[in-house]
Design a protein around this ligand. Structure first.
Ligand code: SAH
Length: 224
């Protein structure tokens, strides 16, 4: 799949996609993530992308033209399944949304900045608005990185053991069971015996029990 991210601060996205699983997914050709600097689509003298808000409210607003030009240029090259805008008033991002988006081919993610973007962009060009939670960030870049990360790790082959993505928290509406590694006894802190038993059926049952127990304790809302 391909994700095109539109931003006025591309520097903010230099690191998240260049390491670990996201980098490997790109190296393996499973995902292509392109970051575009919206200033390059400005037609104004100083590559302006924002202007004062009508109505006199404080803060700058991102202009329509550079964004529309960038989106049109991308759309001329391929079909996009969604044109996403990151926004605190969007639908709250969750695992089912990540699952659905991971099955698409091409996505555009537009990052807002300053006071936000001219509302007409949202009315005419955006197909989906996503919030990463009820708090306000300075820009949509970190939200775009989070959304892309959650999507790309779900592409078959991105994580070495496919099971491991399926057994994560929120798949099946259950939180993940605890995990342990060596040493089995760290100064008296012991790993549960069942995990050392070699009995795969007993281990699977224990893990499921733990998942249910932890979900009841920590996120009973998921069990409804
Ligand atoms: N004035 C806006 C907030 C602007 S914050 C409001 O009150 O709704 C600047 C940009 O950061 C937003 O346009 C959006 O793209 C991004 N952003 C901020 N918080 C976010 C969140 N919780 N989820 C996704 N994007 C967010």
């Amino acid at each position: 799949m391909r994700i095109d991210i539109l931003t006025v601060v591309p520097e903010l996205l230099e690191s998240p996609f260049n390491h670990s699983i996201l980098k490997r997914a790109q190296d393996k050709g499973l995902a292509e993530i392109k970051v575009h600097n919206l200033r390059e689509y400005s037609t104004s003298k100083h590559n302006r992308v924002d202007d004062y808000a009508f109505g006199g409210c404080a803060g700058m607003v991102m202009q329509i033209e550079p964004i529309e030009r960038a989106i049109n240029m991308l759309k001329a090259e391929r079909h996009y399944d969604e044109v996403i805008f990151t926004s605190p008033d969007g639908e709250t991002f969750n695992q089912p949304m990540a699952n659905a988006l991971s099955m698409t081919e091409n996505l555009i993610i537009l990052c807002g900045h300053y006071k936000g973007i001219d509302y007409r962009i949202r009315e005419h060009l955006i197909t989906k608005e996503i919030s990463i939670g009820d708090y306000v960030l300075t820009g949509g870049e970190l939200a775009a990185a989070i959304i892309s990360d959650a999507i790309v790790r779900l592409i078959p082959g991105a994580i070495s053991d496919e099971q491991s993505a399926l057994s994560d928290s929120f798949q099946d509406n259950l939180l993940a069971p605890p995990v342990y590694t060596r040493p089995a006894d760290y100064n008296g802190w012991k790993v549960p015996d069942v995990l050392l038993s070699g009995n795969h059926k007993a281990i699977a049952e224990w893990e499921h029990e733990q998942s249910v127990k932890r979900t009841k304790q920590l996120r009973p809302d998921l069990l409804k």
